[in-house]
Design a protein around this ligand. Structure first.
Ligand code: SF4
Ligand code: SF4
Length: 200
């Protein structure tokens, strides 16, 4: 039998005294550095459903689906496709809508279980039922603009309605009645608002 080299013998003695270098994961969860980028999590209260994170995600791990029938916008983050780059967090308009946690143990038996989602109500045009945007997003913009939001009928009416200071108007049936200039002070999509401006 070959005699162990002195260096190896030293290492063996050190390992007996200090203990192993490896962690005991999964029996014990190791601590990760503060800036570790783990699973992205939506915060339903901070996310306003603007869709920016879906636009900037380089891995297309975040998608946005919306329906005028259900009046809902659904943001889905598939963390089985995520590359943990942090671009969504950095570009989130509220800075807290999506954040990368320290979670790294993300294994699952079914990919369908590997997703995070958040749902937001959408605002529809009162004339054509097109989706204008997420209600929380519009309210967030109005809050950021403060009094200046009153220069925009959409922002003004959405804010006033959410405060209970303005009633919801009945829908305009464009098939029956043409849009009038007076309809400018209504919740309209850009296309319908343009029509009110073109009325002579
Ligand atoms: S961390 Fe990067 S890849 Fe993952 S969801 Fe965010 S933007 Fe997409
Ligand atoms: S608020 Fe942030 S997390 Fe929510 S949709 Fe916009 S960018 Fe994404």
């Amino acid at each position: 039998m070959k005699k162990p080299k002195l260096r190896e013998l030293g290492e063996a003695i050190k390992a007996v005294i200090v203990g192993p270098y490896t962690s005991k994961f999964p029996a014990e969860m190791p601590e990760v550095p503060d800036r570790y980028r783990g699973k992205p999590n939506f915060d339903e209260n901070e996310c306003v459903g603007c869709g920016t994170c879906a636009l900037v995600c380089p891995a297309k791990a975040i998608t946005m689906e919306e329906s005028a029938q259900t009046k809902l916008r659904r943001m889905v983050c598939r963390y089985d496709m995520c590359i943990f780059c942090g671009t969504c967090e950095v570009n989130c308009i509220t800075e807290k809508g999506i954040t990368l946690s320290h979670e790294f143990e993300l294994s699952a038996l079914d990919r369908k279980d590997m997703q995070e989602e958040v749902e937001k109500e959408v605002l529809l045009c009162e004339a054509c039922d097109e989706i204008i945007g997420a209600v929380d997003h519009i309210k967030w913009v109005a809050r950021r603009l403060g009094p200046r939001a009153f220069g925009n009928p959409l922002l003004m009416l959405t804010s006033l309605q959410s405060l209970g200071a303005a009633d919801q108007m009945p829908r305009i049936d464009k098939e029956q009645v043409a849009l009038k200039r007076g309809d400018r002070i209504r919740i309209l999509c850009p296309k319908c608002r343009q029509e009110t401006a073109l009325v002579v």
